[in-house]
Write a protein that binds this ligand. Sequence first.
Ligand code: ZN
Length: 466
Amino acid sequence: MTDWMKAAQSQEESYLKDLTTLLEIPSVRDDQAATDEYPLGPMPAKALQEFLKMAKNDGFRTKSIDNLVGYAEWGEGDETLAILAHLDVMPAGKGWETDPFKPVIKDGKLYARGASDDKGPGMACYYALKYLKDQGVKFNKKVRFIVGTDEESNWTGMHRYFEVEPAPTLGFSPDAEFPVINGEKGQFSLLLDVPAGNEGTARLKSFKSGLRFNMVPREAVAEITTSDKEKVMSAFGQFIDENPVTGQIEETMDGLKITVIGKAAHGMEPEKGINAATYLALFLNQYDFAGGAASFIKFLAEYLHLDTRMKKFNSAFTDNVMGELTMNAGILNFTEENGGKINMNFRYPKGITPDEIQEKVEQVTKPLKITVNQGEGQEPHYVDPKDQIVKTLMKAYTDISGDQDAKPEVVGGGTYGRLMKRGVAFGALMPNTPNTMHQANEFQPVDDLITSMAIYMQAINDLVTD
Ligand SMILES: [Zn+2]
């Protein structure tokens, strides 16, 4: 039997070199720079082109589809095993100790935006496939390693792939954690509109917080006017002392600018972050705002604050297999001219529907004159743990990691695994490694990346030779 760990270690040097090339490309979706040729801005496409160039040089058949998605292919057979990874990254955000696009290894950890989500794991999986190809393993099916460039927003690339290519029904996505994720919650957003209007003794000129709906906002900034600046400034000092946030308050021409810093986290685990926006609203809620400004602040402070499980909306729900309904308030903006916009993003198990959740939210928002619209979403997804793909992947993970107690699990979703009937997410975050995806100072231990490569080697090998 092949020693997969040894095989993976033999690839470490060239893997890190190719990975570094990709990590240095700031492949963040940029709608402002979008053109017909580069619908997501030039950088995600640049990462895609760079990857396809590597794969071509490595001897794979490659194809780019509209600069949005591409693949490297090997093997022949009636069946296709699809591996779905992505080359786009979240915006770096603030709070980094190193340059997010200049990868560095410190204490055995590789730091860079994308080290953990998803360039590091994606390339570990690609190297596993490349190793098997180079060893001359005879594949009994076709393997397509497909890379999207818009996973962090709308999945534009992967959706394009499924429009124009035969849809694979079997596969996995190395874009989550070990062991196997065989269930993903459904996902959708409620988009709230808060009226303008602002006639109180205190006025909210603007409120700005959040970069993405699927991220807990780390920073919130409000500009207000008030009759008593001194009093607000001293109250803010006390507020900061008493709450798990930092912040600052400055005088402006006609008022105050208040900044609160919390902690970013992935929107599918919002309880792990500290939502700067709801803390800032909590502070402002003691002052005499009026109209839409008052509704906006009240809604954040009295409902969204510390309520990722929807208890204050009487909508808490748990399914035995798929777990809890969770909510992240990821984008929260207000201007006195245009009013407010709030994005509440939900991850829901089977047993509850978006319409039911919307109804509960409207019971709260109606008296505040806030209107609610439902965005597009995804249904919950579940693959039987007895399915061959789940069993094969679980075996590769337990054989190599030695973690015999591991069980397939359900998460807040949504990974690319859900795109395929028999699709799951598989790696590459190890159970005891901190999850830094979407955060400042994102990292993945190099040893973990190499171990995951070994796991992918055994998994792909077993899937293409069974
Ligand atoms: Zn990802």
